[in-house]
Design a protein around this ligand. Structure first.
Ligand code: AMP
Length: 133
């Protein structure tokens, strides 16, 4: 059975899409710990990040870099923090999180409650920034 993230990448489930390449897809985390919290995934379904074949891993990291640059032009932050956890969804994903300090990337913090409009607005802005890179 396809993972929830495979279904998102195929457009079978909705997401606040940021951008995609031939091999990777980026979208807002639905339960963000910071505004502009983005997930970047390989379209191919691989559970564990470090099981990804080299070429796809390089695609994923390069795409993550460009998405992070786009986020930083839109969301006020010191820098974009990067985390890989993967204990909840068995489809490799990179968390990109705008941060000012180490506490901003603490996953035990309460999740933000953002409206659909706010999420849509953020994803549109980051998406436009990505295209303008
Ligand atoms: P983890 O696997 O521990 O890295 O956590 C999975 C992450 O995916 C969590 O931050 C969730 O909020 C996020 N998530 C789960 N389902 C969705 C979804 N349908 N759309 C966007 N983000 C999701």
């Amino acid at each position: 059975m396809s993972s929830i993230f495979s279904k998102i990448a195929k457009g079978e489930l909705p997401s606040y899409k940021i951008a995609e390449t031939a091999t990777c897809f980026a979208f807002l985390d639905i339960n963000p710990i910071a505004e502009g919290h983005v997930l970047v995934i390989p379209k191919k379904e691989v559970d564990y990040l470090f099981d990804i074949e080299d070429e796809l891993y390089q695609d994923l990291m390069l795409f993550s870099k460009n998405v992070a640059r786009a986020i930083r032009t839109i969301i006020p932050c010191e820098r974009i923090g990067v985390a890989v956890i993967g204990l909840e969804v068995p489809h490799a994903h990179v968390h990109l999180i705008p941060i000012f300090n180490v506490h901003d990337i603490d996953f035990s913090r309460p999740k933000l409650s953002l409206s659909e409009e706010a999420l849509k607005d953020t994803s549109n802005k980051i998406s436009e920034a990505f295209l303008a890179l």
